[in-house]
Design a protein around this ligand. Structure first.
Ligand SMILES: Cc1cc2nc3c(=O)[nH]c(=O)nc-3n(C[C@H](O)[C@H](O)[C@H](O)COP(=O)(O)O)c2cc1C
Length: 339
């Protein structure tokens, strides 16, 4: 087996479009995330170098292991994009062959590229691998939930084309991000490849992350939605005994995140861009609906201060009672310390 960049037991932060930007990555690093990715970047947009794309392709002042992910299908564009990445400061280049989003699938890229034009997808991968000075990896999905053969065959071709590691999301294209994760298919791919396979799908907390590794036999796993509004998942993965945040830590984490957002985007955009992450923070943690609704109107430093004050008051008593009596029924844990 070729050596891997991810030591055994590693949790890798997945590329998540619209989420894994510089402030988000700074936040998860504080809770022990060692391996992270940009969100997927369209190769054509990178070549065109719009201002927004350049920000997506920027490391910021993050010194940890950071990968960049490209999506695309046109060979000259991918080659040019890989040349541009050669001049940027990343540790690995990942090729997206798993995205089912309509704007990607429409162009027959992402998972549709893998399913409908595997020869083209492998050639595109090879173009990146030959052009890039960085190790090149792939992220894809299972192709059939009952038969490992198609997924195995495709991943073997990527390996032969130079893939240094392959991440497999164990869900079918039409299931997007929900539904069962087929551990057996990931495991079959792992057994038949010489390069390391990273397991992905359904790691929503420390326990489910450990299950993902145990059931696939993979030495590393990738976390996506489980980290949105929940950077503590990395602490929980590293230390099963580590508790959830209390209200003070929760509030302070959001305050720091917002300071980084303002730094990165400036006051005109920061509040708007932050709204979806703030909603992720509040989801499942027992805050009243009207507080969550107020996030949709967040537009100023004053409004942020009021929101933080309300968050510091803690979740509803009903949530805390349920957390104490039936912790297994609570989606995300937030501890209120009394006295
Ligand atoms: C909102 C959203 C955006 C995503 N963006 C990307 C992306 O840019 N690149 C990618 O490879 N996967 C992307 N994914 C897929 C995730 O990386 C991951 O494969 C998927 O969510 C399954 O992992 P999970 O069950 O841990 O969430 C995205 C998923 C979501 C929900």
């Amino acid at each position: 087996m070729t050596p891997d960049f991810y030591p055994s037991g590693s949790a890798v932060m997945a590329p998540v479009a619209g989420h894994t930007d510089i402030p988000f990555r700074r936040m998860i690093r504080r809770f022990g995330c060692r391996y992270a990715f940009t969100e997927m970047i369209d190769a054509g947009s990178l070549v065109f170098q719009g201002e927004k794309t350049l920000r997506l392709a920027s490391r910021g002042n993050d010194s940890g292991f950071l990968g960049i992910q490209l999506v695309g299908s046109d060979l000259p564009t991918l080659k040019r994009a890989a040349e541009i990445v050669n001049d940027l400061d990343f540790d690995v280049l990942d090729f997206n062959l798993g995205c089912p989003a309509p704007k990607v699938a429409r162009k027959c890229e992402g998972i549709r590229f893998a399913l409908e034009n595997p020869d083209g997808a492998v050639t595109a991968f090879e173009t990146l691998a030959k052009t890039s000075r960085l190790p090149v990896t792939a992220k894809t999905r299972i192709q059939d939930e009952r038969d490992p053969a198609p997924t195995v065959a495709f991943c073997r071709r990527l390996q032969d084309a130079g893939a240094r590691s392959i991440t497999i999301h164990g869900r079918l294209m039409h299931n997007f991000y929900s539904g069962p994760v087929f551990h057996g298919i990931i495991s079959a791919v792992r057994e038949s490849l010489d390069v390391p396979v990273v397991a992905n799908g359904g790691a929503m907390d420390g326990a489910s992350f450990r299950r993902l590794l145990a059931e696939t036999g993979c030495h590393a796993g990738m976390v996506a939605r489980g980290a949105l509004g929940n950077p503590w998942i990395f602490r929980e993965i590293a230390d099963p005994e580590a508790g959830p945040p209390d209200v003070a830590e929760f509030t302070e984490t959001i305050r720091l995140y917002m300071a980084d957002m303002l730094d990165c985007y400036g006051p005109v955009f920061a509040y708007v861009v932050a709204r979806k992450t703030l909603l992720e923070f509040l989801r499942g943690r027992g805050y009243p609906g009207r507080l969550r609704a107020s996030v949709s109107f967040l537009d100023s430093a004053d409004a942020l201060e009021k929101l933080l004050e309300a968050i510091a008051q803690g979740p509803t008593e009903r949530y805390t009672e349920t957390l104490n009596l039936h912790p297994e029924t609570v989606e995300r844990k937030l501890v209120v310390r009394r006295g």
